[in-house]
Design a protein. Structure first.
Length: 395
């Protein structure tokens, strides 16, 4: 009876030490360190390897053998363990231990303890070892959950800020006169995305339209695009030369993106007096100019912005004698929409909408494109942001 009381006293002290460590909000590493010391010094466990389910099964604590168990993968049979298992010679390399003890919480396997050389005069049975391990593992799981919740809350707030920032990127009003009609649609793949379009009045006789797509998605892409938009609008107040604008934008992106972020960009400026449309395409997908004479792809320009500084080549193109035309800009999320057979919507299907000439109602055109796009993809989700910017000019 005296020996039994001594054992219970040791177990109670071990439990108290672990509980105090948890209440003191010690780190995960410190909790495992105390767990190791308690088993090795107080409860006289001579051999142990504790495998914990994280992203994968990892050995967090081990002692008493010559093997570095932190480098040892946990075989599949042990990842489904549901009862204490005695280890035999066939259990190599784990046959140096005597038992494999599963540690569960709410029917979920959290850890597996391989133990050997347990002094039965010091520790009463494996039930206490399992309980002690369970307390440690559940405490660490709760720490991870709390940390994840804090990270999610921080990300949610960051996302709210990014959404507000992005809302300021797009023009609040677009012209709808007989001479000029502009319509735009933006469908982000996530809460915030990396697409951008803009319409800017340069003076009474000229305007600028642009479409851009930044590499990456989410908050970083939205913030980079906000910086890009601010730079563009500042430059347009200083110059209406597409070459100068693109060179300065490229320098800004290369500097701020550290060579890790890139932007495809299209910029076009129409002059009502000279009836000319000057544009530059910076690695963007081909956009379209529709006139009574047919469809022209707008490809001339340079490479993606943010990759080289200075740009290795840069050309602008001016389309003359344009009194009536339709401009259609978009991002590749439109043509690269997939269906269940992994087929892309593609440019050919898009071009069918323009073969009948200039549309009369560009808002209706956008709706028709989306209707066909949804019919094409069916239940397959969108994989990217989608932007459409249309401009109808009657000069």
């Amino acid at each position: 009876m005296s020996q039994s009381l001594d054992i219970k006293d040791l177990e109670l002290n071990a439990l108290l030490e672990i509980t105090q460590a948890i209440n003191n909000n010690l780190s995960e590493e410190d909790l495992f360190r105390i767990y190791r010391f308690t088993l090795l010094a107080d409860l006289k466990v001579r051999q142990l390897a504790l495998f914990v389910k994280d992203a994968d099964w990892v050995c967090k604590v081990h002692f008493g053998t010559s093997t570095d168990w932190s480098q040892q993968a946990l075989p599949a049979p042990y990842t489904q363990l549901n009862e204490i298992t005695l280890l035999q010679e066939s259990s190599k390399p784990f046959d140096v231990f005597e038992q494999a003890i599963p540690v569960t919480h709410k029917d979920r396997l959290l850890a597996v303890v391989f133990v050997g050389g347990v002094d039965e005069e010091v520790i009463s049975d494996s039930t206490f070892l399992r309980a002690l391990t369970n307390i440690i593992i559940v405490a660490i799981e709760n720490k991870k959950l709390a940390r994840k919740q804090l990270e999610q809350e921080a990300y949610r707030k960051e996302l709210e800020i990014a959404k507000k920032v992005q809302n300021f990127l797009f023009p609040k009003e677009l012209p709808k006169t007989h001479r000029l009609k502009v319509e735009a649609v933006y469908l982000p793949h996530q809460d915030v995305g990396g697409d951008y379009y803009d319409y800017l009045t340069i003076d009474n006789d000229s305007f600028l339209v642009c479409v851009a797509d930044v590499s990456g998605k989410g908050v970083p892409a939205a913030l980079l695009m906000s910086n890009f938009q601010a730079s563009l609008r500042t430059l347009v107040r200083k110059t209406n030369d597409p070459r100068e604008i693109v060179e300065e934008l490229n320098h800004t992106i290369t500097s701020s993106g550290n060579g890790e972020n890139f932007i495809t960009f299209f910029l076009g400026i129409y002059d009502f007096r000279h009836k000319s449309f000057e544009y530059v395409n910076c690695g963007h997908n081909p956009l379209y100019l529709v006139t009574k004479d047919g469809i022209e792809e707008l490809n001339d320009g340079t490479t993606i912005l943010g990759m080289f500084d200075p740009l290795p080549f840069l050309t602008t193109k001016k389309v003359e004698n344009l009194d009536e035309f339709f401009f259609f800009g978009y991002t590749d999320g439109l043509t690269e929409t997939f269906n269940a057979r992994e087929e892309q919507f593609g440019e050919e299907r898009l071009l069918e909408f323009f073969k009948g000439g200039m549309p009369k109602d560009i808002d209706k055109l956008h709706r028709q494109i989306f209707e066909q796009l949804d019919g094409f993809r069916a239940e397959t989700p969108y994989r990217d942001d989608i932007t459409m910017l249309s401009c109808l000019v009657k000069n």
